[in-house]
Design a protein around this ligand. Structure first.
Ligand SMILES: Nc1ncnc2c1ncn2[C@@H]1O[C@H](COP(=O)(O)OP(=O)(O)OP(=O)(O)O)[C@@H](O)[C@H]1O
Length: 235
């Protein structure tokens, strides 16, 4: 009997020869010659020593920064020539971000925070958006916290609200920069369990920077950086 062919997942994000150099009297190379293809529903950890370029790579993949060489393709579209407004539109529709600090707006309730990106994109009546936000929060175990303010929640709960907000517009890709850096071990595990479930059950691609070896081992693939270059990449 022959082995089943490997499942080929459509690439969602591709970095093609990506470099990032900070200009100046002495230019600083943050990233050099990055080739990377990440597929639908993959859960990927970006790892490497401090200062190796992990956050820089995540910001480029998330279209928050532009490469100085090479290009980033999102769903097959080369973003190199997209202007700032187009990039902002792509981020709003296709990408969701989670950072180490939650960046929730303190004057909005939990539900209000999740509805902010929904209202920005539109695509339904306010009642419909509210129902969708409520569903997301219930899925993330926050059904009884919706009317609270962020300051009334624990760190782990706040990070789950940030994940719900990142999922608000049903993104193709979640990009997370040290999302567990500020959390206790149990809350950190919960965040990774949510990411794994999202990738497996909804086909959302999840790319996360982490320092934590134990958490990185739970992903489908590790992308390792040293001095701005990729050292391990199995596609
Ligand atoms: N705007 C900037 N100006 C000067 N140096 C920068 C800038 N942004 C990043 N760097 C430097 O580039 C290198 C890569 O930074 P980056 O934050 O991507 O690394 P990292 O692997 O995410 O590090 P850490 O694990 O410590 O967060 C570091 O040496 C950093 O100090």
């Amino acid at each position: 009997m022959t082995a089943a062919p490997p499942v080929t997942k459509a690439p969602v994000i591709k970095a093609r020869g990506v470099g990032r150099v900070l200009p100046g009297p002495v230019p600083v190379t943050l990233l050099d010659g990055i080739d990377l293809s990440i597929g639908e529903g993959e859960f990927v950890a970006i790892t490497g020593p401090s200062g190796s370029g992990k956050s820089s790579l995540l910001y480029l993949l998330g279209l928050l920064d532009r490469p100085t060489s090479g290009s980033i393709l999102l769903d097959g579209r080369d973003t190199a020539r997209a202007d700032a407004a187009e990039l902002a539109g792509l981020r709003l529709v296709k990408l969701g971000f989670v950072f180490q600090f939650h960046f929730l707006l303190p004057e909005f309730t939990v539900l209000g925070n999740v509805m902010i990106p929904m209202r920005k994109l539109g695509g339904g009546s306010d009642a419909e958006l509210r129902r969708r936000a409520e569903g997301l929060l219930e899925d993330l175990g926050l059904g009884d916290q919706m009317t609270k303010l962020p300051t009334q929640l624990s760190g782990g709960q706040r990070q789950r609200v940030a994940i719900a907000r990142a999922l608000a517009n049903r993104p193709r890709v979640i990009l997370a920069d040290e999302p567990t850096g500020n959390l206790d071990t149990k809350s950190a595990q919960t965040v990774f369990d949510i990411f794994a479930r999202l990738a497996r059950e909804t086909g959302t691609t999840v790319i996360t920077v982490t320092h934590d070896e134990g958490l990185a081992a739970q992903t489908n693939r590790r992308v390792q950086l040293v001095d701005g270059r990729l050292v391990t990449h199995k596609s």
